[in-house]
Each structure stands twice: as structure tokens, then as C-alpha cells.
Write a protein that binds this ligand. Structure first.
Ligand SMILES: [Mg+2]
Length: 261
């Protein structure tokens, strides 16, 4: 795994790894996702005037129908500035709970293929979280909210430019175009089942991270991103080397992985 020469890259099935960020590159257990939900609920009360008792149901419905609360609120006619929303929802997150991950950093540094972040989060949050993890310099590019929504700031009414986010296929098309990748030779890793399913629909190779359930749209399932080498050794496959494990041989290993990330 240490010899990352050109022949290794030539024979791996992947030219590029496209990583989701939140709860893919760090564990859901540290509570950032829960804190984000609480902040969204506060935003719905303080900035949009909803009753506290309505927020949870509303947030879940907006997420299911529109991909995010911001996308849903704008689609419904609420003129909410994306930067204001992100600074409210992400600005007060407990970033101290995201700790440097030296193991992940070392793992990423053994991967010679292109590595790109593909997140629905805004750029400020993405860079903060990557800096906290100590892995920002492991990625050549961050495809984020601003990349998918370049015209939002120019809109004259909230529903003029619908917010584009994963799992919409448009979001994936933008990422593939911006990153100039061949989806058939790109491994997409995400903790969201619906994002993984959308990735598969646009022709990406897919890995579901942080789960132990198997879904048909996921080519691989990883308990945590730190088990990448065990779950997908093909990433490091070198020229002249033979696959040491087939998928069927790996299935029992994956099936016995403990639940949770
Ligand atoms: Mg995620």
C-alpha cells in the first residue's frame, strides 16, 4: 500500500474518489448532525415564525421533499439568504467535537488517485470541518453548496433558481462536470442511502459509509471510512497484481462488521 507508483494507479479500477464530508469522514456519533438539526429547528422558529411544536415534522418533510430545509423554504416562497441560513445553522456548531484524525489522514495520503469532496454543506463549514479533522490538504477540490448553486445570490425571487443539492441528479451532473471525472472510474462515498442511490443512477461506483446494511445501489458498504483499505483494496491495486479477494469472499467480512460508525 505504500508503493504509490504510476503502475498502481494504472491498474486500479478508480481514477478518482469522491467523498461526502459530514458523517462520512467523521462519525455520526460525535453529534454534529444532531446539533445541526437543533439549529435548523431554531432557525424555523426564530427566522421563519413557525411554532416550536411544528419544527421537527416540518424539517423532516422539507428534507424528504426538497433535499434540505433551505431548499424547501425557498421553494415555498421564503426569501432566505443562503449565507444567512448557513451562518445560523453551521456557525454555532460545536466544532471542537471534530477531532484531528491522524489515522484517516495517513490512509488518505496512501491513495494516489484524485480525491475530491462533494458535500451539500457550504464552503465555510466544509473547510472548518476538514481543518478540524486535519485532512483539508488531502483533497484537490471541494464541490459544495456554492458550486451547485452559483446563481442563487443573483435571484430576484426565492423560487427563481431552485436550490440544487444531492441527491438531485443535477447535483451529480454538476459535480461530474466540474471535477471532469469519468463516473465509471470514480468511487463515490457517502453515508446517505439516497445519495448513494442517486450516485449509482448517474453511473458512479458507490460506497455506503457508516452503515452495515446492504443496498443494491451500493457496490461497497463500510462501517467507517477508516476501514477503506479492508473493504475496498481495489483502490490500491497495482499492475500485475491479482485481486486477492473477490466480492463474494468479502461479503462475510462485511456482514460481520459491527453496526454503527
Ligand atoms: Mg453526509
Amino acid at each position: 500500500m505504500d508503493s504509490c507508483n504510476k503502475s498502481t494507479r494504472d491498474s486500479s479500477p478508480f481514477d478518482c474518489l469522491l467523498f461526502d464530508l459530514d458523517e462520512t469522514l467523521y462519525s455520526a456519533k460525535i453529534g454534529i448532525g444532531e446539533a445541526t438539526k437543533r439549529n435548523i429547528d431554531d432557525f424555523l422558529v426564530q427566522e421563519c415564525g413557525f411554532q416550536e411544536t411544528q419544527t421537527k415534522i416540518l424539517r423532516v418533510e422539507l428534507f424528504k421533499t426538497y433535499g434540505s430545509s433551505l431548499a424547501g423554504l425557498r421553494a415555498l416562497g421564503y426569501d432566505i439568504d443562503a449565507d444567512d441560513y448557513h451562518s445560523f445553522v453551521h456557525g454555532r456548531l460545536p466544532y471542537d467535537s471534530i477531532k484531528p484524525d491522524a489515522q484517516l489522514r495517513n490512509l488518505l495520503r496512501t491513495i494516489n488517485q484524485r480525491k475530491i469532496i462533494f458535500t451539500n454543506s457550504d464552503r465555510i463549514h466544509a473547510t472548518k470541518a476538514l481543518d478540524r479533522l486535519g485532512i483539508r490538504d488531502c483533497f484537490e477540490q471541494i464541490i459544495c453548496f456554492e458550486t451547485m448553486n452559483p446563481n442563487l445570490a443573483k435571484s430576484t425571487r426565492p423560487d427563481e433558481f431552485p436550490v440544487v443539492l444531492k441527491p438531485s441528479l443535477d447535483a451529480f451532473r454538476i459535480a461530474i462536470d466540474v471535477a471532469e471525472i469519468d463516473p465509471r472510474r470514480t468511487l463515490f462515498l457517502d453515508d446517505s442511502i439516497r445519495n448513494v442511490a442517486a450516485g449509482k443512477a448517474v453511473g458512479l461506483r458507490t460506497a455506503l459509509v457508516g452503515k452495515s446494511i446492504k443496498i443494491k445501489e451500493a457496490d461497497f458498504v463500510l462501517e467507517t471510512v477508516n476501514s477503506l483499505a479492508q473493504a475496498i483494496p481495489e483502490i490500491w491495486l497495482g499492475e500485475g497484481q491479482r485481486m486477492t479477494r473477490t466480492r463474494s469472499q468479502m461479503d462475510p467480512i462485511l456482514a460481520t462488521a459491527p453496526i454503527g460508525a
